[in-house]
Design a protein. Structure first.
Length: 319
């Protein structure tokens, strides 16, 4: 039950991500790998689900109705790319698969970590039981952006705690697959698979994939934002820049630490624009668009804080 429900949520995210990217980039031939579509759909849907929770309508029917319809409408057959010959072509993908399976048993066990139980799974449990964002001001988690908690809550609706942990496992797996896909595209096979395998082999990543913390959501959305920005730098299509900004916003709505990346992403937009011989005003406009879209997705979380406490960035004190 838990596995099937999480798979259904990921399918819904894929459908929503395909719609959004085809709206930003009308030419299907210029579309990304499926994994980036899933990440974009997952990030944007969790923000929509957060808005539904603010209205007290965080229910399974609301969670699935729209994205499932979009997924059915936009389903298409993927085209396979060339595959290197020889047994060595399967070496790094094999390592990737083996390392991806290692954290799975931990994800299938009941949660024991205090922060996961007291913060992230608590938010998921409250969402599933009440249909609304929790407002217990004695728990500091109420005040911080919690995209991961909303994602866990969607899984918790039908699959309970194990489904929420499998949803976390999926975030790590998507990050590894996205890194592998990006690396294969930029460096050639099998180096993308090697990068993905090394990522999944990091002890902290393996541990996080089996533990319901918020950090993998931050990693996933920042990585996806970098991929979108790189695609914009290569193609010059504004849709990729907009996708990068939305994904950065999903990172901001996952954890305030994403703000540290704002200067880097803005600087990368300037550098990539200049490499394409864009004028300085257009480069600055690209950086502003990227950061502006990101802050727009963070804004509802800050507005909720302001409504609850009068301080949009609580628990950080205002001067």
């Amino acid at each position: 039950m838990a596995t099937g429900w999480v798979a259904l949520l990921l399918a819904a995210a894929w459908g929503a991500g395909r719609l959004l990217l085809r709206w930003l980039l009308p030419d299907p031939a210029d579309g990304p790998a499926a994994v980036l579509e899933i990440v974009l759909g997952l990030g944007v849907l969790t923000q929509v689900w957060f808005w539904a929770a603010l209205a007290g309508h965080f229910r399974a029917a609301v969670i699935l109705l729209l994205p499932l319809a979009l997924g059915l409408l936009l389903r298409r057959r993927a085209t396979a790319g060339p595959t290197p010959d020889g047994r060595r072509a399967w070496l790094w993908p094999g390592f990737f698969a083996a390392l991806a399976l290692l954290p799975l048993p931990l994800a299938l066990l009941p949660e024991l970590n205090f922060d996961a139980l007291r913060v992230h799974l608590w938010i998921a449990r409250e969402l599933a039981s009440t249909g609304a964002m929790p407002s217990d001001l004695s728990n500091w988690a109420v005040y911080v952006p919690e995209t991961a908690g909303v994602w866990f809550g969607a899984a918790f609706l039908a699959g309970g705690e194990i489904a929420a942990k499998l949803a976390q496992y999926a975030l790590g797996l998507l990050a590894g697959l996205l890194l592998a896909r990006w690396g294969n595209d930029r460096l050639g096979r099998p180096w993308g698979w090697a990068a993905g395998a090394l990522f999944l082999g990091l002890p902290v990543i393996a541990w996080l994939m089996g533990t319901a913390y918020m950090d993998l959501a931050l990693v996933l959305f920042l990585l996806a934002s970098l991929v979108g920005l790189d695609e914009w730098g290569r193609s010059g299509r504004a849709g990729w820049l907009a996708a990068a900004g939305l994904l950065f916003g999903c990172g901001l709505a996952s954890k305030y630490h994403a703000l540290v990346w704002a200067p880097f992403l803005a600087g990368a937009a300037l550098a990539l624009g200049r490499r394409r011989n864009l004028s300085w005003p257009r480069c600055l406009g690209a950086a502003v668009l990227l950061l502006g879209l990101g802050l727009a997705l963070l804004a509802p979380w800050l507005a909720r804080n302001w409504a609850l406490t009068g301080n949009p960035v609580v628990p950080v004190p205002l001067p």
